[in-house]
Write a protein that binds this ligand. Structure first.
Ligand SMILES: Nc1ncnc2c1ncn2[C@@H]1O[C@H](COP(=O)(O)OP(=O)(O)OP(=O)(O)O)[C@@H](O)[C@H]1O
Ligand SMILES: [Mg+2]
Length: 237
């Protein structure tokens, strides 16, 4: 009887959650359109004033510049939010995680060079296949790597390790950046938690949601001054 009630309660909460999620997604969409009209008109206004070098026009241009920057920030937050809300529909196919990691490294290498990031892959051979949505897994890698890059503005080392453990396929993404203290680590996966100016704080929550939708798990080990390691574990297919 108790478990029946629990089931009913869970279903009620689930329905409530998806209603709120749908509403929030719709709201984000509704905000995006007028926001892009505002951005576009600000851009046109900026162009109109460009040749006017009077102090009054310069002041106006500075203000327009600030408002445009804030619009871009809002657009980024809305896009990250919509991305977060969309995760859940997977198009999986059996894949070799090593291939996904190799493709990603090839794609990211030019940016890594620009930021002084050295990449070191250690990919186990004979890795079992995993059933994944490759484009979402790429997004997972991108979010983790961007965080590492942003944590190491002077550059650093980024390591990718794949291996099999207890019938699961594991991926470590390790950086030798500044690491995190206990306080930051405790909030890492909380929606909207960010220590960066302009950060949306949706990167890692999206990563976790993608991984968990694949029936996987993600863990983080990090210590100030000793770098950060994210470990993703996926069921072998
Ligand atoms: N590799 C890392 N090294 C140090 N700190 C990290 C690392 N990865 C994440 N963090 C910390 O975790 C916080 C949350 O990360 P998350 O990716 O969710 O959001 P964000 O990077 O701040 O913003 P967004 O990804 O939405 O642009 C970051 O603000 C940062 O403080
Ligand atoms: Mg991030």
């Amino acid at each position: 009887m108790a478990s029946f009630l629990e089931d009913e309660e869970r279903q009620r909460l689930q329905a409530q959650y998806s209603e709120i999620a749908t509403l929030a997604g719709g709201l984000a969409h509704e905000i995006k359109n007028p926001l892009s009209t505002i951005s576009l008109n600000l851009e046109l206004l900026e162009e109109d004033l460009r040749d006017d070098e009077s102090p009054q026009s310069r002041r106006a241009q500075n203000k327009i510049h600030t408002v445009r920057r804030e619009c871009r920030h809002l657009e980024e937050i809305l896009n990250a939010f919509l991305q977060f809300a969309r995760v859940g529909e997977l198009e999986t196919s059996p894949a070799d995680l090593n291939d996904i990691v190799r493709d990603f490294i090839e794609f990211y290498q030019p940016q890594a060079n620009d930021h002084g990031m050295e990449i070191s892959p250690h990919l186990a051979s004979n890795l079992p296949a995993v059933a994944v949505d490759s484009s979402l897994m790429r997004q997972v890698l991108m979010n983790l790597v961007l965080n590492a890059q942003q944590a190491m503005p002077e550059g650093g080392l980024l390591e990718f390790q794949t291996y099999e453990k207890d019938g699961r396929v594991q991926l470590n993404v390790i950086d030798n950046g500044p690491g995190m203290d206990e306080k930051v680590r405790a909030k890492l996966f909380q929606v909207f938690f960010s220590t960066k100016p302009g950060g949306s704080g949706l990167g890692l929550p999206t990563v976790r949601k993608i991984v968990e939708t694949h029936n996987g798990s993600i863990q983080c080990e990090s210590e100030p001054g000793r770098g950060t390691r994210f470990t993703i574990s996926l069921p072998a297919s």
